[in-house]
Design a protein around this ligand. Structure first.
Ligand code: ZN
Length: 283
């Protein structure tokens, strides 16, 4: 009986695979005095869960010797270190030209490439990849020349917004259930897009190095496991051919699945507004 149940569950587990990517590594977003202890807590929880993640690091906010040591600990634990630019600019801003943005990415490269587990993946800040064909293609060609690939997001959530409200409410425990529910809804949305596109790839989830994930990382890992998802190493997810696709829509960027689908479903900006309503009511 146990064997039969196992066999029945196997195909479901295979078709819903998820990988964790963590962005920014801005210590200010943790809202704690002891950043070192918080950093170690992330690592301990990931180790307990047996998860390898991809860390997309902003160069500019991680230049102290202390931050270098914190990031070295991620690399030593086997997590991938990748590029999230030096100064986290919005590339859809018409005032930022292709060469200027590329220089910002190259500057971050001189930092992130010094880690043992450096992986040449670039994640665009706010997932903005350029509002014109010329700008979009400038960075695509830069990546090709420099041996980089796009660190695409398949599941885009508003954890950054939940974290702001969570901090404003003094880390109130009443945020836990709505937050897990939010992540589940965002994942289901991406599963729907993935099915419509006829895909069966592991889905990369974007979360940030922030207060709400510091509080609930083990809970969210367990939540997805309980829902039948299988966590896979981020490096394995990015090896799937899905992550080499280059959607043609403009402005370029946002979630890869959403862009491949032609941006037909609701925009992430609209989602942010809907979530803000939920969060306002929670305060
Ligand atoms: Zn970011």
């Amino acid at each position: 009986m146990i064997l039969r149940r196992h066999l029945l569950l196997a195909p479901l587990a295979r078709s819903r695979r998820i990988a964790l990517t963590i962005d920014d590594f801005n210590p200010g977003a943790l809202g704690v005095d002891d950043v070192g202890a918080a950093n170690q807590r992330f690592l301990d929880e990931l180790d307990r869960a047996g998860l390898e993640v991809c860390a997309f690091v902003i160069g500019g906010v991680n230049q102290s010797a202390e931050r270098r040591a914190h990031l070295e600990a991620w690399s030593a634990a086997g997590h991938r270190i990748a590029n999230h630019t030096w100064s986290h600019r919005n590339y859809n801003n018409p005032a930022i030209a292709g060469p200027e943005f590329a220089a910002d990415v190259a500057r971050a490269h001189t930092f992130v490439s010094t880690f043992r587990t450096f992986t040449p993946l670039l994640r665009f800040p706010m997932l903005k990849e350029g509002e014109t064909v010329a700008k979009r293609d400038h960075m695509r060609s830069w990546m090709r020349v420099e041996g980089y690939r796009n660190g695409h997001v398949a599941i885009d959530a508003c954890d950054w917004l939940y974290s702001q409200y969570f901090l404003r409410a003094g880390r109130a425990a009443k945020f836990r259930a709505p937050y897990l529910n939010h992540l589940e809804r965002m994942a289901d949305f991406s599963v729907g897009l993935s099915a419509r596109l006829g895909l069966d790839a592991p889905l990369t989830l974007l979360l940030h190095y922030n207060a709400i994930n510091l509080a609930y990382l083990p809970d969210l890992i367990a939540h997805f496991r309980n829902l039948g998802w299988q966590w896979v190493p981020a490096s394995r997810a990015f090896a799937d051919p899905l992550y080499q696709r280059e959607p043609s829509r403009l402005p370029a960027g946002e979630s890869l699945l959403w862009a491949l689908d032609g941006g037909r479903e609701r925009h992430q900006g609209e989602q942010d507004k809907a979530e803000e309503e939920i969060l306002r009511r929670l305060l």
